[in-house]
Design a protein around this ligand. Structure first.
Ligand code: NAD
Length: 269
């Protein structure tokens, strides 16, 4: 049995993860934490997720959770995730990170902690999106720069970061296919008199509304034709299932920073 802990266990993704772990035959839910003061603290973790009581209570002590678990799954906030990665390094526990909106400093800190613990980081744990990402690299490599690359994403109204981590990941994949660094060619939003679109730019457009789980379209537009690759998630469950797959894969691995492409063995890149 792989012992799983979930930080941020009463969040939208946390609750989904709790249910997935409870349903897994080879994985065991050994604990979960929340922010001090959160309603779920002190309550039965399974009950919070709408399941019969499991005897595991929601706590606030992440360090103990990291000590006891084989793998800790983390869909919280950027600041909390970096703190958690520090605990992963200290206790040498595998860490599966789904949190998005990490700035470069926080991402670098995560990389440092990965010297002492195996850490999987993915802006999107859906299998379909990870296949899309690999395809985008291939298409960008094949098409010449006369094809303008634009990435459109839509998410529910509660999302706090933009463009989505997945959209940026797709941009990175396209840039990699073109042999350039994304931050030298990206245009994260447009407003006002922007002037003509420069060749080689990778543009982003963000839509927010309702309960959209996550839509991403990558457009390659040239004079005379347009290729669109799209993915639509209709349930958050795909992210939870992907994160559990990553948890099974990373348990017992050597320290290092891993991606979902590593977990899935995607060699399309
Ligand atoms: P949410 O706000 O519903 O859940 C976050 C939870 O983390 C909350 O319950 C909050 O109380 C808890 N939390 C915050 N700080 C904490 C701390 N220090 N210790 C313990 N718990 C803490 O948000 P959500 O919709 O579940 O999304 C969480 C993150 O996951 C976001 O960054 C989101 O963009 C990302 N996300 C990633 C994927 C993916 O596939 N990688 C999919 C969906 C969401």
């Amino acid at each position: 049995m792989i012992k799983i802990g979930i930080v941020g266990c009463a969040g939208r993704m946390g609750l989904m993860l709790v249910r997935e772990v409870l349903d897994g035959a080879d994985i065991e839910l050994i604990g979960g934490t929340e922010r001090p003061g959160a309603d779920a603290v002190g309550r039965d973790l399974a009950e919070v997720a709408g399941r019969p009581a499991s005897g595991v209570v929601v706590g606030i002590d992440a360090k103990t959770l990291f000590r006891q678990a084989d793998v800790v799954i983390d869909f919280t906030s950027p600041a909390a995730t970096v703190e958690h990665a520090g605990l992963a390094a200290e206790t040498r526990t595998a860490h599966v990170v789904g949190t998005t909106g990490m700035d470069p400093t926080l991402t670098a800190a995560l990389g440092d902690h990965a010297a002492r613990a195996p850490i999987v980081v993915a802006p999107n744990y859906s299998i379909g999106v990870n296949l899309l990402t690999a395809l985008v690299t291939q298409v960008a490599r094949t098409l010449d720069p006369s094809y303008d690359i634009e990435i459109v994403e839509m998410h529910h109204r509660h999302k706090v970061d933009a463009p989505s981590g997945t959209a940026l990941g797709l941009g990175r994949a396209a840039a990699e296919g073109r042999g350039v660094a994304l931050d030298t060619v990206w245009k994260k939003s447009r407003d006002g008199i922007t002037g003509e679109r420069p060749a080689g730019e990778i543009g982003f457009a963000t839509l927010r509304g309702g309960d959209v789980v996550g839509d991403h379209t990558v457009i390659f537009a040239a004079e005379g034709e347009r290729l669109e690759l799209a993915h639509r998630a209709s349930s958050r469950q795909v992210f939870a299932k992907g994160a559990i797959r990553a948890a099974r894969w990373v348990a017992g691995r050597p320290p290092g920073l891993y991606s979902m492409a590593d977990v899935l063995g995607l060699t399309l890149r």
